[in-house]
Design a protein around this ligand. Structure first.
Ligand code: PEP
Length: 250
């Protein structure tokens, strides 16, 4: 049985007053009896502030990105060890915005996944196709190539430490969500692809869906057999929406 994970990706949003109010809503309303894991990924600079607001509530912390280097003269970069040192358990790797806006290629993403694992963080490896790729019928090819870059670099066993997030690029921040059937089709194909390499890992790995998930569509998406949670952008900045999704996950 895979425990569901509901992860909020705040992207480059927030300020101390905004975060204080968002976290107040979450810590007051998130029931300790929730079985799902809840995670927030604030902008790096706010991670210690969010950690102080979480206190002993059952909310995990994650980074949105990390360096592929361990340490050194890399101005502006943040290492996996630094995230770990500041209370993070997770880090998002290879988000489509990093891939498209910052030129992160599959090989670099694979390096970052490796660095996250070395720092004892759980990487959330984002994969997904653009609208053009979907329309050309190459969705699974693209997703498999993104997964295989990590498997080729680190070996299939590394995926024991990884969470995958299937995020169709056309659904991120657009308000257009993949239908539950479209999402399930890709999630199940990802699991089948991994099953060929290691059946146990395929069975145990969490595969999150991301792309305009909100309270109104979460129930149907999270009911799909191969969807193990959500990576949520816009709706994670609204306490009521995010809490509602966490409650739907159960
Ligand atoms: C994301 O950025 O990972 C994401 C899924 O964003 P949104 O929920 O806003 O589509």
């Amino acid at each position: 049985m895979r425990t569901k994970l509901i992860a909020g990706n705040w992207k480059m949003h927030g300020s101390k007053p905004f975060i204080e109010s968002l976290m107040k809503g979450m810590t007051e309303q998130l029931d300790a009896s929730l079985e799902s894991d809840v995670l927030v990924c604030p902008p790096t600079i706010y991670i210690p502030f969010v950690e102080s607001l979480i206190g002993d509530h059952k909310i995990a912390l994650g980074g949105q990105n990390l360096s592929e280097q361990a340490q050194g003269a890399y101005t502006g970069e943040v290492s996996g060890d630094m995230l770990k040192d500041n209370g993070c358990q997770y880090v998002i790797v290879g988000h489509s915005e990093r891939r498209s806006l910052y030129g992160e290629m599959d090989v670099l993403v694979a390096h970052k996944v490796g660095k996250a694992i070395e720092s004892e963080l759980t990487p959330i490896l984002c994969v997904g196709e653009t609208l053009e790729q979907r329309e050309k019928g190459t969705t699974m090819q693209v997703v498999q190539q993104q997964l295989d870059a990590v498997i080729d670099a680190l070996g299939i066993d590394a995926l024991q430490q990884v969470v995958v997030a299937y995020e169709p690029v056309w659904a991120i921040g657009t308000g257009v969500t993949a239908s539950p059937e479209q999402a399930q089709e890709v999630h199940s194909a990802i699991r089948a692809h991994l099953r060929d390499k290691n059946a146990q890992i395929a069975e145990e790995i969490k595969i999150l869906y991301g792309g305009s998930m909100k309270a109104a569509n979460a129930e149907e998406l999270l009911a799909q057999p191969d969807i193990d949670g959500g990576l949520i952008g816009g709706a994670s900045l609204k306490a009521d929406e995010f809490i509602a999704i966490c409650k739907i996950a159960g």
